[in-house]
Write a new protein. Structure first.
Length: 533
């Protein structure tokens, strides 16, 4: 792949001017009468990495779509490669977008295509390159991403982290001049975050790219940003180096930085602090879920390899491991959504394999679930989404459920969204609504699948606090799937670490810190180094 040739437009000279490659001047954008971008101005310098940060719901993803003309401003100017996007035809905007690719936060993979077909899609549809040459480029990228084994797999069989890497490969295969990243490391484990950060750096330098990155991860921002911009209330309130932003006096920036840990050293949370945060919740020997010798095969793919572990009543258990290690598959076994190939799962003293479908359904009503994708009902209001477990699961009238909806919505700071629809709120807000829905029925067990994924530092801390509060106030047992080491060591009573479908270690945070297993130390050190500010 040539450093200078865009494979979609091989005869197009690259941007060689020192003028901004993207420029927004006094831009406004509203949806349903609500302003999202409100007089925003920003210049993106060619050949640099610009990181845009801000709290969830401030319009960062909208800003990216304005930059490449996927949406147009209500007023103001957006120039891409020197051309005003409002003054040119859609055909011309499409041509400019071939010089500017985007990595979406939700992957946007084509479910009916294999990994190889997804990555090579733009070249296959827009160039005369041979299938052999496209395949060679795909293979090279998959080797860089350590995903060559997944080349013929379908997106549905991939973990969130694997999907993210496929989306990255698809974005860079054509050698664009600009890459817009919407939370590129969201949902990745610490080791893979380091890997992806390095890939972004390497690609930007070796191929002369201009990168614009939406990111909440301040460690990544410190490492990657040539220029950092902070978005608040629809405007860019400050730009500068990371060090300049870190010291900026604006209140929105101070709030953002205050909740982004300045030191995520895993030594800062000790057992006494955890005991104080959690309080006492039941006998440590009281087991709610027990897995014994769990194996799971999908065809020739051996996903779980003899895992035995237990979940203690009233405690917070965090399941960690690299992307694709089998964490979500293990959880699905624990709640009866999958049957093990070998082994047994006991939940509330019942062997799931011996239960009827109706018995499993009754058992599952005692378990609340927060999915990584939020999984809201698009046709229901936020109020109705939160009330859904009460209305549909327990037959509660919507009017009777409303006071409980109000209480949990206020606790999660989504009470101002209750009358809106899911497609009118941000990804971060959707996650908080899903958490409210999981908590409203006061389940015995709450399972959180990457609850802080895609959240800004302020909301990450709020979500951690909510997990702790729910565990204590509602006397629930909490199971959290997480990649974030600081969050894990802050909230966990017990940590279960798995790698490649095998149990590596199970124990308290202090047990993991003392472990001499190189697999444990590699994961901890990656999280510590990446999150150290």
């Amino acid at each position: 792949m040539s450093k200078r040739t865009n494979l979609l437009l091989p005869n197009q000279p690259r941007w060689s001017s020192d003028a901004p490659i993207i420029e927004l001047v006094d831009v406004y954008k509203s949806f349903d009468g609500k302003p999202v971008i409100n007089g925003l101005s920003l210049c993106i310098k060619p050949g640099e990495t610009t990181v845009i940060s801000g709290q969830s719901g401030t319009g960062k993803s909208v800003l990216l779509k304005l930059m490449n003309g996927l949406i147009l401003p209500d007023r103001g100017r957006v120039r891409l490669f020197g051309e005003n996007l409002c003054e040119i035809t859609e055909q011309r905007r499409t041509e400019l977008r071939k010089r500017c690719t985007m990595v979406f936060q939700n992957y946007a993979l084509i479910d009916s295509m294999t990994v190889a077909e997804n990555i090579g899609f733009s070249l296959r549809e827009n160039t005369a390159m041979s299938g052999k040459d496209i395949h060679a480029l795909v293979v090279d990228l998959l080797e860089m991403l350590e995903l060559e084994h997944a080349i013929d797999q379908m997106p549905a069989s991939l973990s969130g982290g694997m999907k993210k890497r496929v989306a990255l490969a698809r974005a860079v295969i054509s050698n664009p001049e600009i890459v817009l990243f919407d939370e590129p490391t969201t949902g990745l484990d610490p080791i893979m975050i380091e890997f992806v950060d390095g890939l972004i750096e390497k690609t930007q330098k070796e191929f002369g790219l201009t990168s614009v990155i939406i990111s909440h991860d301040m460690a990544s921002n410190r490492r990657l940003a040539d220029t950092m911009a902070v978005l608040s209330e629809g405007q860019i309130v400050a730009t500068g180096s990371f060090a300049e932003i870190e010291e900026h006096p604006h209140q929105a920036i101070r709030s953002l930085m205050a909740d982004a840990p300045t030191s995520r050293s895993l030594e800062t949370t000790n057992a006494d602090e955890r005991a104080d945060m959690h309080g006492s919740n039941g006998d440590a020997d009281d087991i709610v879920i027990r897995a014994q010798g769990i194996h799971k095969w999908f065809g020739d793919n051996h996903v779980l390899r003899g895992i035995s572990c237990s979940i203690q009543r009233g405690k917070i258990t965090v399941i960690i491991g690299g992307s694709g290690s089998g964490k979500s598959v293990l959880i699905k076994h624990m709640i009866g959504l999958m049957e093990p190939t070998e082994g047994t799962i006991d939940v509330f003293g019942n062997n799931l394999s011996a239960m009827t479908s109706r018995e499993k359904q009754r058992l599952q009503q005692r378990i609340g679930m927060l999915f990584q994708s939020a999984a809201l009902f698009d046709s229901l209001s936020i109020r109705e989404n939160i009330a859904f477990p009460l209305v549909e699961g327990k037959g509660t009238a919507q009017t009777d459920a409303n006071p409980q909806v109000q209480t949990v919505a206020e606790a999660l700071k989504v009470d101002d969204l209750l009358d809106r629809l899911p497609d009118a709120i941000s990804n971060g807000q959707r996650k908080r609504v899903a958490l409210a829905r999981a908590l409203i029925s006061k389940p015995d067990v709450v399972i959180y699948d990457e609850p802080t994924t895609g959240q800004d530092p302020v909301m990450m801390k709020n979500v951690d606090d909510m997990i702790l509060e729910a565990n204590r106030a509602f006397k629930v047992t909490s199971i959290v799937i997480s990649h974030d080491m600081h969050s894990t060591f802050r909230i966990a009573d017990q940590i279960i670490m798995i790698k490649d479908g095998e149990l590596v270690i199970s124990g308290s945070p202090d047990v993991l810190k003392r472990s001499e297993d190189p697999r444990v130390q590699a994961f901890i050190n990656a999280g510590s180094q990446h999150n150290s500010m």
